[in-house]
Design a binder for this molecule. Structure first.
Ligand code: DGL
Length: 259
């Protein structure tokens, strides 16, 4: 019997946000080969136009496809909202997207008195895909939807500086509306947000809900992995960040160093 080929996935985000998804995928399938692109030179995605994000997602996906991949995870709510339909139309490989809302609404056991609010980037809030989902799943607007335009950049900055004091002050400002409206739960509609969920919870006094586990499970199921039993463990993955010259240099990064 021939040896089964190791499975490989590509994954991308505007920056480090997709690490929140990658960590879950790696937890469940540590033997996967992973190629990750952080599109730093084009970040943040949340303040770009739909056309820009579609073009950019096609470019990044094609860069990932230089490797022999089984699927690509669009580990970004904004790129999912804006570009996943086009990616699926134009590129013949399975794509897994990330949408905050569906999972939180249908899987979380909401109780009497809970007040949920979905926080997203600006562009994500304008995505037709997102508004269609809201109309279908929350027709009576039981939930609230708030744009947190600076949050992804605040988080990128925090992982560069590691300045917790500054992070807390910026969170208090960016999320000041949460206490005013007495929200009890925040649905994290950007993959950057789960990276600092404990800070968000302590500053706002809410419980945060993130879609990372669901996206990871969907990835595994598309890869045809019923059980999570694996043999080998891959301790590192291939990582490249875009720069202004758009030449991608992949380097090996340890999973243990993920934020
Ligand atoms: N992490 C991304 C998301 O999930 C994008 C954040 C940004 O670059 O604005 O939407």
């Amino acid at each position: 019997m021939g040896q089964k080929k190791a499975q490989s996935i590509g994954i991308f985000d505007s920056g480090i946000g997709g690490f929140s998804i990658l960590k879950k995928i790696h937890e469940l399938a540590p033997d996967l080969n992973v190629y990750y692109i952080a599109d730093n030179s084009f970040a943040p995605y949340g303040n770009k136009s739909k056309e820009q994000i579609v073009d950019r997602s096609l470019y990044i996906a094609n860069e990932l496809l230089k490797f022999d991949l089984d699927l690509i995870v669009v580990a970004c709510n904004t790129a999912t909202g804006m570009a996943i339909d086009t990616l699926r139309e134009k590129i013949d490989i399975p794509f897994v997207g990330v949408e905050p809302f569906v999972n939180a609404l249908s899987k979380h056991k909401w109780k009497e008195g809970d007040k949920g609010c979905v926080i997203t980037t600006d562009l994500m809030s304008k995505s037709e895909r997102f508004t269609r989902l809201i109309d279908r799943l929350d027709p009576n607007k039981h939930f609230s939807y708030v744009v947190t335009p600076n949050l992804a950049s605040i988080i990128e900055d925090f992982f560069n500086t590691k300045n917790e004091q500054k992070l807390k002050l910026e969170l208090e400002k960016e999320l000041s509306f949460v206490k005013k409206h007495s929200y009890t739960h925040l649905i994290l509609g950007c993959t950057h947000y789960p990276l600092i969920d404990s800070f968000i919870e302590s500053v706002t006094g809410t419980i945060t809900l993130s879609p990372c586990l669901y996206v990871a499970n969907r990835t595994l199921s598309l890869l045809g992995r019923e059980s999570q039993q694996v043999g080998a463990v891959n301790s590192s993955f291939q990582f490249a960040a875009t720069t202004s010259d758009d030449v991608l240099r992949f380097v090996s990064k340890d999973f243990s160093n993920l934020p």
